[in-house]
Design a protein around this ligand. Sequence first.
Ligand SMILES: [Zn+2]
Length: 122
Amino acid sequence: MSNPMAGMPKESEAFRREMLRHLKDKYGKSKPAVVQEAAEIIAKFREEKAHARKAIARLGSRLPEPDSCPECYYLRGRYSLLRPIPSESDRVDSFRCGVCDFLQTRTRNRLQATPGEKRIRS
Ligand SMILES: [Zn+2]
């Protein structure tokens, strides 16, 4: 009897074959969908974390110029300037980024009010 399986109880042989088939089915082929999905989620998280690390470093300091677009600079590391656009109110000045369309309104400084805005009560 040269066969090592010879003499093995029939039940044990059935168990062996069943476990072999089960493990080959589960791990012998490509990754299951759920494992593939988890790998993609982890890769995406790592990418976002690397991106956030750079943004955090930029957020630790002020804008390179007072009129730099904060969204472009802090979130994307790009330099662009906010340009004045017509304002709907005479109490604020409006600015827009030509790259990302970020809109900023700034309360007008009363000390800079033009003479025409001063009214003298009689
Ligand atoms: Zn921008």
